[in-house]
Design a binder for this molecule. Structure first.
Ligand code: ZN
Length: 136
């Protein structure tokens, strides 16, 4: 799937649970379009992964998010789903499958401490993130 204003970013996660900074990939996808003002829609087409925006300064924030999610969603053998990865499905739904970022003068409008993160919950796997840019 591709188009003038649609980019598929490939991601190779290397761990079971991993938060990967994709800010530069998204910014590059925006630059490849001719759109300088609008909205960037970032979408993860997977049921055991997610995307979020959070702090990009202290790497402890990433590991704390992972620890917090593991506290909320324990590896409980009582889950019914036969594939055995229900915690990954639940974490994916908690974090969500998309984020929107404003674009101004060709740049992502992010706060000083914000980065865009792909969240792997059932890796390692080859993943895709779709970036769609809309003028407006
Ligand atoms: Zn499953």
């Amino acid at each position: 799937m591709s188009g003038k204003n649609l980019t598929a970013v490939s991601i190779a996660s290397t761990r079971t649970t991993q938060i990967i900074d994709i800010t530069k990939d998204v910014a590059d996808s925006v630059k490849r379009t001719a759109i300088s003002n609008g909205i960037c829609f970032v979408y993860v087409p997977h049921t055991t992964a997610a995307v979020t925006i959070n702090e990009n300064a202290d790497p402890d924030v990433k590991s704390d998010i992972i620890m917090g999610l593991e506290n909320i969603v324990p590896d409980d053998p009582g889950y019914a789903h036969a594939e055995g990865n229900s915690p990954a499905h639940i974490k994916s739904s908690i974090i969500g499958s998309s984020v929107n970022i404003l674009i101004e003068d060709g740049q992502l409008v992010l706060g000083t401490w914000q980065g865009i993160y792909f969240c792997e919950f059932d890796g390692p796997r080859s993943r895709k993130v779709y970036v769609r840019v809309m003028a407006g």
